[in-house]
Design a protein. Structure first.
Ligand SMILES: [Zn+2]
Ligand SMILES: [Zn+2]
Length: 271
C-alpha cells in the first residue's frame, strides 16, 4: 500500500467557448459543468442560439451576461438574449447608463465596479479597466476551481494594469486585432486608421506578442487569439506572430487557438 500519496481533489475542468469574435460580433462563454457565464452578446439572439447549438452548449445553464463595453459588436443582441435566457446583465454603472440610453427596454441590470471582484455561481469575477474608446470598458479575470481565465479584447495599448491582471493565467482570450502593414496599406480612411492604432483602439499582432512575453508564465496552458480584423489581419499572421513569441520563450507546449468571426471555436478546456 502506498503511504505518501497525496490526495488531491478532483479538478473540475473549466471550458472557454468563443461563439464568435470580431468587429461584427463577440460572445464568449466560460463554463464549469453545466454552469456558465456569457461575456458580451454581440450576435442576435437567433444567431447566439444557433451558435450555442453548433458548439454543443445549448444545455448550459447561463447565469448572467457580463458586458465589456457598449460598442455594438459586443451588445447587439444583449436585450433579447438576456430576456430569452432570463438572466441579469452585469455592467459598470456608466456602461449601464449608456446602454439604457440606447435601449430603454433593457432591464435586469446588476452593476459592478472595475477593481471590485464579485461572484456568480462558482465563478469569481474580477473586472479591470482597459484602455479603449468606450464608456468605462473592462476586461475580466474569472477564477473557478483554481483555474484563472482572462478575457480581454478591444485594447488600445498594454497598460501596466493589463499586464498585472493577465499575469500567469491558465487560459487567456486576448486580442490580436490587426497586422500593422495590412492596416497601413488598407483603403480605410486616415482617421479610422489613427483610431485603430491609437491608445484607445485595438492591439496589433506585435503588441499581442509583447503582451504574451510579459504575461505567459508557468501556469499558462492555452491562449485564444480574438477580435481579429477581417480586412487587416489573417488568422495565419496572428497565429504565426504569437507562435513565434511562444517558441522564443520555449513555451511551444502552450495551446494556441484563433477565434473566428463566422463560427464558434471548439471549446478549449483547462488542463
Ligand atoms: Zn469590439
Ligand atoms: Zn470596442
Amino acid at each position: 500500500m502506498e503511504k505518501n500519496t497525496q490526495q488531491l481533489p478532483a479538478a473540475d475542468k473549466i471550458g472557454v467557448t468563443v461563439l464568435g469574435s470580431g468587429s461584427k460580433g463577440n460572445c464568449t462563454l466560460v463554463h464549469c459543468g453545466r454552469e456558465a457565464i456569457m461575456i458580451d452578446a454581440g450576435f442576435s439572439c437567433r444567431e447566439t442560439k444557433s451558435r450555442l447549438l453548433q458548439a454543443g452548449m445549448s444545455g448550459m445553464r447561463v447565469h448572467a451576461i457580463l458586458v465589456t463595453h457598449e460598442h455594438t459588436d459586443h451588445v447587439n443582441g444583449l436585450r433579447v438574449c438576456a430576456e430569452a435566457l432570463d438572466v441579469p446583465v452585469y455592467a459598470t454603472p456608466k456602461c449601464a447608463t449608456v446602454l439604457r440610453g440606447t435601449d430603454s427596454r433593457l432591464r435586469q441590470f446588476a452593476t459592478f465596479t472595475p477593481g471590485s471582484p464579485f461572484d456568480i455561481s462558482c465563478f469569481d469575477i474580477d473586472p479591470f479597466p482597459i484602455p479603449h474608446d468606450a464608456c468605462d470598458p473592462v476586461g475580466f479575470i474569472i477564477c473557478c476551481h483554481g483555474v484563472k481565465i482572462a478575457v480581454a479584447t478591444d485594447i488600445g495599448f498594454i497598460s501596466s494594469c493589463l499586464e498585472y491582471e493577465l499575469d500567469n493565467c491558465d487560459m487567456m482570450v486576448v486580442e490580436s486585432n490587426h497586422d500593422l502593414r495590412m492596416l497601413e496599406q488598407s483603403s480605410r480612411p486616415w482617421n479610422l486608421k489613427q483610431r485603430i492604432m491609437g491608445r484607445q483602439g485595438h492591439l496589433c499582432n506585435e503588441a499581442t506578442q509583447d503582451l504574451l512575453r510579459h504575461t505567459v508564465k508557468d501556469s499558462t496552458r492555452n491562449i485564444i487569439l480574438a477580435h481579429l480584423s477581417a480586412e487587416c489581419n489573417t488568422p495565419e499572421l496572428a497565429r504565426h506572430a504569437a507562435q513565434e513569441t511562444l517558441n522564443k520563450m520555449e513555451r511551444s507546449d502552450v495551446g494556441l487557438f484563433v477565434a473566428s468571426q463566422t463560427a464558434p471555436l471548439p471549446t478549449v478546456w483547462s488542463r
